[in-house]
Design a protein around this ligand. Structure first.
Ligand code: 2P0
Length: 325
């Protein structure tokens, strides 16, 4: 017997970040987080369960994967098999339209697409909420990529109540993200390691938890009232607080490099010239500039003059998980 399904999921960038788990096995975060799903970066994944297979196989961008990435993927397949009560092996074929491991959150779109295609191919019919819970077990941020637009991952405290839900799938605000790739190499410290190290050793961790709760309330109000300036101000500040946890860990570390700080400075200077632009950074040196469509061309011109070699992409709000078959 053979059963196949294909799905596409887009990546998301957190405006209120997730940085630490209270349960590492189940991936239950210490705080709720909120993101914008983007149209520009996505993963297409096809999963085929076949009685004739004798092992799981994973092809990423047509290359067979072995090692930690394959192990994480096969562990996720086990969760799907448990839920579906089957013991058939599978072949996974993924095409990643995200620069892998460059701080552009490829694991979010990867595990959201795999949750969708894998569960359907295994014969399960899951609600979006159940898909979000399943995707969460692969990578926390994947829980949010099940939904389009603004998506909130409610932290919860157990496997059943930790899932994302849509805040506004059809975004009404004029908002775009300019991703500025200053370094496309793999990050040295994974998010998974970095966030737990910060949680265990930064003296400011509890303050982060308290501030994140307040930021989340204010962010939802900014979305509802279409207040771009409030959204950008909150997002930049929340990102800098997350990165200050890493700097204040013992030993301290950072995902930033010199270019990150120079671009952050450029974004803050844009605001002095009355161009509303805000920066957010994830587990890598690249910067995402939050901007309005009317300003993106000007911002890119100014960026390119200062940094002729950076790669720049414009991303708009994207939609949630879709099936391709
Ligand atoms: C986020 N990031 O909210 C935060 C901000 C990066 C910086 O979620 O351990 O790959 O697989 O749950 O989801 C990246 O962490 O970590 C991330 P795991 P994940 O988007």
């Amino acid at each position: 017997m053979q059963s196949t399904s294909s799905a596409r999921a887009h990546t998301n960038i957190a405006l209120i970040k997730y940085w630490g788990k209270k349960n590492q096995e189940l991936i239950i975060p210490t705080t709720s987080s909120l993101s914008l799903t983007l149209d520009r970066f996505y993963t297409d994944t096809k999963v085929t369960f076949d009685d004739k297979l004798t092992a799981d196989t994973f092809y990423l961008n047509h290359q067979q994967m072995v090692g930690p990435i394959a192990d994480k993927t096969f562990a996720f397949l086990k969760l799907i098999r448990q839920q579906a009560q089957i013991d058939t092996f599978a072949t996974i074929e993924s095409i990643n339209h995200v620069p892998t491991a460059a701080g552009l959150a490829s694991s979010a779109s990867a595990f959201a697409a795999l949750a969708g295609a894998g569960s359907k191919a295994a014969g399960l019919t899951l609600t979006k909420q159940a898909l979000s819970r399943l995707a969460r077990r692969g990578s926390g941020s994947a829980a949010r990529s099940i939904f389009g637009g603004f998506s909130e991952w409610h932290a919860g405290d157990n496997d059943l109540n930790s899932f994302a839900h849509p805040i506004q799938e059809n975004v009404t605000m004029d908002i775009q993200m300019i991703t500025v790739v200053v370094d496309a190499h793999e990050k040295k410290i994974t998010s998974r390691m970095g966030m737990q190290h910060a949680l265990l050793t930064s003296p400011f961790y509890q303050t982060w938890v308290n501030e994140a709760a307040k930021d989340l309330v204010a962010m939802k109000a900014a979305i509802v009232s279409n207040d771009f300036k409030a959204l950008g101000t909150l997002a930049e500040n929340n990102a800098l607080q997350m990165h200050s946890l890493n700097l204040s860990a013992k030993p301290g570390f950072t995902y930033f490099n010199g270019s990150t700080l120079e671009i952050l400075d450029l974004v803050q200077n844009l605001r002095k010239q009355q161009i509303l632009a805000f920066a957010t950074m994830d587990a890598g040196p690249n910067v995402k500039i939050i901007a309005q469509s009317k300003d993106t061309a000007t911002i890119i011109d100014i960026l390119k003059q200062a940094f002729p070699h950076v790669q720049v992409e414009i991303a708009k709000p994207g939609h949630g998980l879709i099936y391709l078959d």
